[in-house]
Design a protein around this ligand. Structure first.
Ligand SMILES: [Zn+2]
Length: 251
């Protein structure tokens, strides 16, 4: 399929394609520590590369925007170089992007999110867009949450995963190998309590990752990561996203 990437197009080219574009796809990431294992652009690059593959499957029905490379990473601020947006800033940025796109005639937006800390802001932005701007917006994750059951068949997983662990690092090896370091390390977990599991499940970001989750910033054990596992989880997420897009277009 012929994918449409804003980064490869001029405005006259976009204008010629507008009649068949149904959904704008906006990758959303973070500039956030990923332990000693992967770089600060892990979530952003993963989300963008995922969207490029989505474009190859879905073709000219979607227009893929450049990734938004900052997010809500308050819980990672103990680690140098992490940048966080205030949650209000993030909500405004997401709504501004969608409102701009909407003014050019694309009335449906799908944010593809690579970072769990962005979830509350994405929920809020979608509500605002619907009720204040009349824009139909959706968001979806693109990794662990969609494929966890299938990944568990390939590999026994620790209770808490999803950040610089075997799962996320596997997806990086497949989608964005340039963010992965040669020497991988296991996470130095601070707690495996039911409370912590709940925090991770609900995506609450108002706590300290270093003190509450992992001293070196990583979860799980990235040394177990493989490119093959990364491909399996990505293919499952792509299948899911393709169906989701069809549904969004149909509505
Ligand atoms: Zn990440």
């Amino acid at each position: 399929m012929r994918r449409l990437l804003v980064s490869e197009m001029t405005w006259p080219e976009v204008e010629r394609e507008l009649e068949h574009i149904r959904v704008a796809v906006v990758p959303v990431g973070s500039c956030e520590q990923h332990g000693p294992n992967t770089t600060f652009t892990t979530d952003t690059d993963r989300a963008y590369e995922f969207c490029k593959l989505l474009g190859e499957r879905v073709g000219e029905k979607i227009l893929i925007f450049p990734p938004f490379g900052y997010g809500v990473s308050i819980h990672h601020m103990d680690f140098p170089t992490t940048v966080t947006l205030r949650i209000e800033t993030m909500i405004h940025a997401l709504t501004d992007i969608a409102e701009s796109i909407g003014k050019h005639g694309i009335k449906k937006i799908l944010y593809v999110n690579g970072h769990g800390g962005n979830r509350s802001a994405l929920d809020a932005a979608i509500i605002k867009l619907k009720y204040e701007y009349g824009i139909e917006a959706y968001w979806s994750s693109m990794g662990t949450n969609i494929s966890r059951a299938r990944i568990s068949q390939e590999m026994e997983l620790p209770a808490i995963i999803g950040h610089a662990c075997e799962v996320e690092t596997s997806q990086c090896m497949y989608l964005a190998p340039w963010v992965v370091k040669d020497e991988l390390q296991a996470g130095e977990l601070q707690s495996d309590s039911a409370y912590m599991r709940r925090l991770f499940k609900d995506g609450n970001a108002a706590w300290s990752w270093k003190n509450d989750a992992s001293a070196n910033g990583a979860l799980g054990d990235a040394r177990r990561a493989t490119k093959e596992l990364g491909k399996i989880m990505t293919d499952i997420s792509l299948d899911y996203m393709e169906e989701l897009l069809e549904e969004i277009i149909r509505r």
